[in-house]
Design a protein. Sequence first.
Length: 480
Amino acid sequence: MKLTFLHLPVWIILSILFAPLGLAAPDNDNLVAAIDITTLPYTNQQITHEAVNEPAELLSKCFNDFTTKLVSASVWYQYTATRDQTVTFDTLGSDYDTLLSVWQGTRHPLTEVDCNDDNGNQIQSHLSLSLEKGTIYYINISGFRGATGNLILNANSVSSLTNDDLADAIEITPDANFAYNNVQNTKEASLESNELKASCDSNSQASVWYQYTANETQRVVFDTVSSDYNTLLSVWTGNEHPLEEMACDDGNGGPNSQVSVELTAGTTYSIRIAAGEVGGGSLLSQTGLLVFNMTLPPSNDDVASAIPINEPLPYLNSQNTGGATLESGELSPSCLPEAGAASVWYLYTPSTDYDNVVFSTVGSSYDTVLSLWQGTDHPFTEMACNNDVTVLTEQVTQLGSASQISLPVTENETIYINVSSASGDTGNLILRVEEGKRDFDITSYPNNSAITSCQNSNLNMGTSVIEGVFEVTQPLSYQW
C-alpha cells in the first residue's frame, strides 16, 4: 500500500473506521416486528446498528463454523406471495458484508428455504427463488462477523421469457427519474438464424432483446448488474437483422456488463443481452436470471455538480457510477496517475473544526481511488490521496479495492472529494464520511534536521496501538 500526503502535517493518518455508539436497535430486529413487503418491486433502506439475534433464532446454513461464532446482528422482513412466482431479493448498495436468507414458519425456530452470502465477487447478497401463492416467507439479513451499517434491501418479481426474438423486444419505459429495471428468466432463450454477434461476443449461446426510442439527445447507461450468468451487452441500430452495432461490453467474462452510449432524439435502439460461453471451472450458469437496468450517468460527474455532504456526520451516499467520465483539465490523483477515465465528485464544507474526519469507499463494488482537493476550479490542488488501502476491522474485511483517507478539517474550508477508478471500471459506489479517531498514537515525532546538498538525514517517529483496535494498517509514507 502506498499513501501520499501533500502539504499536510506528519500526524495525519490513514485507515480509521468509526463505529457509532448509543443507537437504538432497528424496529425490525425481531421476527414479530418484520417489515411487511406489500408490493413488488420493493426497496427499503435502513440502519442496522445495534441489531442482535433472538435467543431461539437459528443461524443460516450459509454461515460456516468460524463465522457462526461471530454473528450477532440480523433484521427481518416478510413477504406473502400473491401468486406462484419467482422473486429475487438482494442487498446491492448496502455498505457492509451481508448474508441473506429466506425462511418459513410462524415462530422460532424457523425452517430455512435458501440463503446466499456473497454475490459473485461482491460482499452483498443475492437470492432468486420460487414462491408459492399465499405462503408467508421471512427474509433475514445478517452481518458477516456481526457487521452492521446501511442496509438496502431490494425485491423484484421475475418475468418470463417473451423477448427471445428482436421482433418481440421489450419496450423500455423509464420512470419519472429516468430509470428502468426488469428482472427476467432467460432460460430456453436462443439465437435467431440471421442474428449478428457483437464485436465482444466470440461464442454466445442465447440472447434476449429490449428496445428504447430516445425522446431527446442524451447519454444513458445500460447494465446487467446482479445477473447470475455471463452476460454480453450490446446496443444496435436498425429495424431488422442484420443490425448495426454501436457499443458492446462482455463484463470481463462475468455477470455484470455495462455500456454508456450517446443516443439521438427520435432514434430507436435495440439492446441485446447474450449469454456468453462458460469455461471449465466456472460457477456461472449458461443462462438464468437477467437483471437489466437503464439509468442516466451520475449527476455528479462534473465538479460543478458535486454532491454536497451535509452535516451532521456520519454521511453515507450510494450510487451507480456507470457512465462517469473525466472533465477537461481534471488532474489524475497522485497515488495512481494512470487512474481510469471515470470519476465523480462530492464537496464538504465543515461547520466546525474536526480533529479527524474519515472518508471511505469501503463496500463499493469496484476498485476505487479516493482523493481530496481544494480550489475553485480545475486544476485543483491535491490534499491527500489513497488507492487500495487494506481495511481490517471487526466490522469490515475488504482487501485491495477500498480507499480511505483520514485528516483534520477546518471550519468553512471546502474540500472536494473525487472518487475515480483504478482501471476504468464503474459500479456501485459507497462513500462514507464520519468523524473518526486514530487507530494508533504517535509516541515520538521526528526531530528538526538541517541538511545541505548531497547529504542524507533520517527522520524517525514512534507509534503505539490504541487499546481495542483490531489491527493497524501499515505501512505509512509521508511527503513534505
